[in-house]
Write a protein that binds this ligand. Structure first.
Ligand SMILES: [Zn+2]
Ligand SMILES: [Zn+2]
Length: 325
């Protein structure tokens, strides 16, 4: 089969012919991939910010495809349309798993990191960690729901009571969550790079009440930082009221600069959001069609995966990038 392969971190992916995945053990479903979303985490894996991936690796963890083959343990049937997220497996036995925190599992396996992912014609997966794809979404528009959507949803749950929310970095996740937040009567303030009037206009078109540069002052109940820049944490803290929370939604960030204690004082919180649980996934995928959340996608062919990653790095994508297999 054709696949985009990472041989060494820091290098580009290479289009190759590789053997088909085989099923055994918990990898009990073979999926013919239709679409696979691109996520900033893919950039962190390719660039080497996230250490020790399986190598060679097929990245990609927002997979939508069709069941091609099943072992007896598989909970889907041939032909079903299913999605594969970042959490590809958890141990089920550690204290985190036993306390409904499988997102923190000590022995988790992640799709497109320790497990081969979806930038390929086929992938295998553990069916217990896959989801049915909600109806009403074309494959391309469903793909970004599987990471940008559901890990963003977990970040939103950390600030459930907040009304005025700042989004720092307006990419795939923010464009989905703005629609969810607006449907819940919340006000979204979109903070982008200075002068990025195109992204600011995009945020407003989705219902943001305000859009402007990351260094502008504001008075928010909470903030979610999607961009991988630690510099944003003090900026967001300064804009959050007493008792408010700043959620860091990315898996990797540059170092956080030192800041005066007074901007944390007043019971302000900083927290990170890590991965997802299956419960998050089911809850979000049930909610998405009811809002209804619509995703804006830019589709690239498999051999253009490096270009798509570069466009994401340069902030050239409005909404989400998706690879069509
Ligand atoms: Zn575990
Ligand atoms: Zn992701």
């Amino acid at each position: 089969m054709r696949a985009m392969v990472l041989d060494k971190q820091g290098e580009k992916l290479t289009l190759k012919q590789v053997p088909m995945p085989t099923l055994s053990g918990t990898q009990d479903v073979l999926i013919q991939v239709s679409m696979c979303g691109i996520c900033r985490t893919d950039l962190h894996v390719v660039d080497g910010d996230l250490k020790f991936p399986r190598l060679p690796l097929i990245p990609g963890h927002q997979i939508v495809g069709y069941v091609k083959e099943c072992l007896s343990s598989c909970r889907f049937k041939i032909g079903d349309r299913i999605g594969v997220p970042w959490l590809g497996g958890s141990c089920g036995q550690c204290n985190y798993c036993l306390n409904n925190e499988e997102n923190l599992c000590d022995n988790a396996k992640y799709t497109g990191y320790q497990l081969n992912g979806g930038f390929a014609e086929y992938c295998s997966a553990d069916s217990r960690f896959c989801f049915s794809v909600p109806e009403g979404y074309p494959d391309s528009q469903a793909a970004p729901l599987f990471c940008a959507g559901l890990i963003g949803y977990r970040a939103m749950n950390k600030i459930r009571q907040a009304k005025k929310i700042g989004f720092y970095g307006f990419g795939a996740s923010a464009h989905i969550l703005t629609q969810l937040a607006v449907s819940q009567g919340k006000q979204i303030y979109a903070f982008t790079r200075a002068g990025d009037s195109k992204t600011q206009a995009f945020a407003k078109s989705l219902g943001a009440v305000w859009a402007g540069s990351v260094d502008e002052p504001s008075s928010l109940d909470a903030a979610i930082i999607f961009a991988p820049s630690g510099d944003l944490i003090p900026l967001a803290l300064k804009n959050v009221k007493k008792g408010g929370t700043v959620v860091c939604a990315g898996i990797h960030m540059s170092d956080i600069p030192s800041f005066p204690y007074e901007i944390l004082w007043g019971e302000r919180h900083i927290c990170s959001v890590a991965n997802l649980t299956r419960f998050d996934g089911e809850a979000f995928l049930n909610l998405a069609p009811l809002v209804p959340i619509r995703t804006t996608v830019h589709v690239y062919s498999l051999d253009k995966t490096n270009e798509a990653l570069e466009d994401l790095r340069q902030g050239r994508i409005e909404g989400a990038a998706v690879i069509q297999i």
